[in-house]
Write a protein of this length. Structure first.
Length: 317
């Protein structure tokens, strides 16, 4: 690693501004506190002139995707709509850099989707913003997607977006220059909730619902593991060593719902994500969410969301 580490941010059009700020500012503050240029950074885009964030802010950039400079790290940063964009120019450049150099190639926010298209994450742990989890797992089964806020893979680090990007940068600063500097940067950011890589993206079920009941947490975890092939409340209760009546009482107490109803809501929410985020056929979405009959899927979906799966797709066009 050079004395001053050069980081290039490859900005895909409509990239997320918050993730961008959380990536760059910790580096600036590390330089400020240390009194040294520990990091310098530059930006790249498709045309090599400007890049637009999702809030319509335009940034001047120094490089084109097809002319990435020598650097220590490249981070691909994208936001919404990255599934429909053509990433071929960027991916060719990244493959060339991976083949000819030891540059670390990572991703921030939905940038993991871009790296997955290029095969960079095959067989590796990775993170992406929770909103894309369902569609990502369906499209890239060869990637070990984690719900962690970030994954500090030495070759292909990934962060799920938002403030998780700051968590990753603080982790890298600690790795490069020691924990004391990383803590000082976090203090300067008034960021006192720095998370480790193993932290889950979304607030845990226990915290979200004020629960501390291990049977409830275990029951819902089993449901999450069996969205494609649902199991009955009786099977779940038996696995937990409690009666079905006890399981129903727990769901009534903590969620004001029944196990069956809550399970159905989980499956329908996953179906909605897949319909919105992927091009999977409606039949495939139904099967992926445990519905053997498309007709039944359509009826329960309309009851839950006020429109059929076909109508949901039509709203996106």
């Amino acid at each position: 690693m050079s004395a001053s580490q050069h980081i290039v941010f490859a900005l895909v059009e409509d990239f997320t501004h918050m993730a961008f700020a959380c990536a760059v500012d910790p580096l600036r503050i590390a330089n400020l506190i240390s009194g040294e240029t520990l990091y310098h950074w530059s930006y790249a885009s498709l045309d090599g002139e400007t890049a637009k964030s999702s809030d319509n802010t335009r940034f001047d950039v120094q490089h084109r995707f097809d002319a990435l400079p020598e650097c220590d790290r490249v981070f691909v940063l994208s936001g919404i709509g990255m599934q429909s964009k053509d990433h071929s120019v960027l991916l060719r450049a990244l493959r060339r850099k991976a083949r000819l150099t030891n540059t670390s190639i990572g991703a921030l926010c939905s940038g993991s989707w871009v790296l997955a298209i290029g095969g960079f994450l095959n067989g590796r742990d990775a993170s992406i913003h929770w909103e894309f989890h369902d569609s990502f797992m369906e499209k890239f089964p060869e990637v070990n997607l984690l719900r962690n806020v970030f994954v500090a893979d030495a070759k292909h680090p990934t962060a799920s977006g938002g403030t998780a990007t700051a968590d990753l940068m603080l982790h890298l600063i600690a790795q490069d220059h020691g924990r004391d500097l990383s803590v000082a940067v976090a203090d300067q950011m008034v960021y006192n909730a720095v998370r480790e890589a193993t932290a889950a993206q979304k607030v845990s079920l226990q915290s979200r619902n004020g629960m501390r009941n291990p049977h409830m947490a275990a029951a819902i975890a089993r449901m999450e593991q069996h969205l494609e092939d649902p199991i009955s409340p009786a099977v779940i209760a038996a696995e937990l060593g409690i009666s079905v009546r006890q399981l129903e009482r727990l769901f009534g107490k903590y969620l004001n719902s029944s196990p069956k109803k809550y399970y159905m809501e989980m499956r329908l929410e996953r179906a909605r994500h897949l319909l919105v985020q992927t091009e999977m056929s409606i039949i495939d979405v139904a099967l992926a969410c445990g519905f053997e009959s498309p007709g039944h899927f359509s009826r329960v979906y309309r009851t839950a969301f006020g429109c059929t799966p076909m109508m949901q797709r039509g709203q996106l066009s």
